[in-house]
Structure formats: structure tokens, C-alpha cells
Design a binder for this molecule. Structure first.
Ligand code: SAM
Length: 259
């Protein structure tokens, strides 16, 4: 019999577990439940042209080696100019996380009309610092983020008011063995999907997957579309663009799950 894999920690599910168990323990079941209910689901939309959405969460400029030097996907400093060029050329709408300190430098690389949203994650335990401690992280976003009048889901998105600031604590996801420094919480993921005006029919690419949590959140958000979608058109752009050494992960629920 093939070993069953826990849908949260990806470890084996014990043989004695119930046949319908998808997690290996109560701890994983509860962690998965908390995460997916915080993300929530998107309302399925009529089939149109799915948009290509991307999220990039690269290491902060200048800190890649310090925090990720031993990671398998580490590939030196990220070329932010090339990253922004790819986000704006290859995707219909995009979001890019960076540090408050690097914001002026990174925003200067972004096209006119790019916007800045703020995630207030609060204080992290820190040694006394000589400068004020940053308690927030900017998200630069752009592209087709407005909901076009007449779009099937316009009234739904208008009803769910989108805001460009989020207050949500950053806590280490201790139940996730793949967690990395800077892994984003479920509330953040949903907020970014909403900033981009995402619908579950869209195609989402995570360019710096880290823990894989953002893609996991997309999977929860877009699950409602899965059963209602026609087979994917293989001639369509997949939106998965390789950046540096990271293997971007995409989910297009209009077709077979690609990871
Ligand atoms: C801030 S973390 C991403 C966290 C992710 N959003 C999550 O929620 O788990 C940045 C990731 O980029 C990886 N990385 C570091 N240098 C890289 C490079 N030059 N190219 C691609 N990925 C890199 C790191 O190893 C790390 O996994």
C-alpha cells in the first residue's frame, strides 16, 4: 500500500489512522483547519479568460545570504530590476513584498501607477536597536487590479471592500516543518489575493515559494473553482516564469494541479 501523506506537514499518515484521515495528527488537523479557514474561499466565477497573477517575496535586498544562504533555493542576491521587469511583462497583476528600508530603492524600479500597501505585523523580539524598529512591511502591487465594470464578479468584489493595509501578527508557524524566515501568515495571503482582485479562476504563480504557504493558501482560496472548471486549454500561457534559482510554483485550477 502506498504511504499516505499528511496534507499539512507532508509526513506519513500512520497506518492505524482512519481511512479518511488527510492529516497525521490532531495537531496537524487543527493547524490546517486554522490556516484554511483564515484564508477562506473565493466565490467561483463564470469561465472567462483567467488572469495571470504573481506574488514575489524575495529576500530583502542585501540580506539574502544572511537569512537564506544555506537554503537549497538560495542563489545570491536577487536582481530586483529583472524581477520587476518580469512581474510587469509576464503577469496581468502582481504584488512584491520588500522591506520598509528598501522601499524607495525598489519602488523606483516599478512602473508609474504602482501602488504601495502596508502589512503591520507588529514588533518582533529584538535586541535594542540604534534605529526605530520596523513593525511593518510594504507590498508594492500593480497591473490590472481594478475590477472592470460588467465583469461577472464585479459586484462580489465591490461588496468585499478591499483595503490597502492589514494588521495581522507575524508568528512562526511552528507546526509547519517547511517554515522559513519570512513565511507569510494565512491572513496576509488572503489580503494579497484581494489586493490583486483575484478570483478562484485565475492562474497564480508564487515566485519565491519558501515554505509553500502562499500557494497552499491559494489552493484553499481557489478550491471552490476546481469542480466547476472545464479542462485547461494547453495553448494558454502558464504564467510560470523561472526566476533566479527558485522554482516558481503555480496553481491553475482550471486545469490539472501543477505541483
Ligand atoms: C521571504 S522567503 C519567502 C517566504 C514565502 N513567501 C513563504 O510564505 O514561505 C524568500 C525565499 O527566497 C529564497 N531565496 C533566497 N535567495 C534567492 C534567490 N537568489 N533566488 C530565488 N530564491 C531565493 C529563500 O531561500 C527563501 O525561501
Amino acid at each position: 500500500m502506498t504511504a499516505r501523506i499528511c496534507a499539512w506537514c507532508r509526513g506519513p499518515i500512520p497506518d492505524h489512522a482512519r481511512r479518511d484521515s488527510v492529516t497525521c495528527s490532531k495537531r496537524c488537523r487543527q493547524a490546517r483547519h486554522r490556516f484554511t479557514t483564515t484564508v477562506g474561499t473565493g466565490t467561483p466565477v463564470a469561465h472567462g479568460q483567467p488572469r495571470r497573477l504573481a506574488y514575489a517575496d524575495p529576500p530583502y535586498p542585501g540580506l539574502s545570504a544572511r537569512y537564506y544562504g544555506t537554503h537549497p533555493d538560495y542563489a545570491g542576491e536577487v536582481d530586483h530590476a529583472a524581477l520587476v521587469a518580469s512581474l510587469t511583462a509576464d503577469y496581468d497583476a502582481w504584488a512584491l513584498s520588500t522591506s520598509a528600508a528598501a522601499l524607495p530603492e525598489i519602488l523606483a524600479l516599478c512602473p508609474p501607477g504602482s501602488r504601495v500597501a502596508a502589512w503591520f505585523h507588529g514588533s518582533r523580539p529584538n535586541k535594542l536597536a540604534r534605529r526605530p524598529v520596523s513593525t511593518w512591511e510594504p507590498v508594492i502591487y500593480g497591473g490590472a487590479i481594478a475590477v472592470a465594470p460588467g465583469q461577472p464578479d464585479a459586484s462580489r468584489l465591490a461588496a468585499r471592500r478591499r483595503e490597502d493595509a492589514l494588521i495581522a501578527p507575524a508568528r512562526a508557524r511552528t507546526t509547519d516543518p517547511n517554515r522559513v524566515i519570512g513565511a507569510k501568515p494565512a491572513a496576509f495571503c488572503r489580503w494579497v489575493f484581494d489586493l490583486l482582485g483575484a478570483t478562484p479562476a485565475d492562474h497564480f504563480t508564487d515566485l519565491f515559494p519558501g515554505s509553500g504557504g502562499v500557494l497552499r493558501a491559494w489552493e484553499a482560496f481557489a478550491a471552490t473553482q476546481r469542480d466547476t472548471s472545464p479542462p485547461a486549454d494547453p495553448t494558454r500561457h502558464t504564467g510560470a516564469t523561472r526566476h533566479a534559482a527558485a522554482e516558481p510554483q503555480s496553481l491553475d485550477l482550471t486545469g490539472p494541479v501543477s505541483h
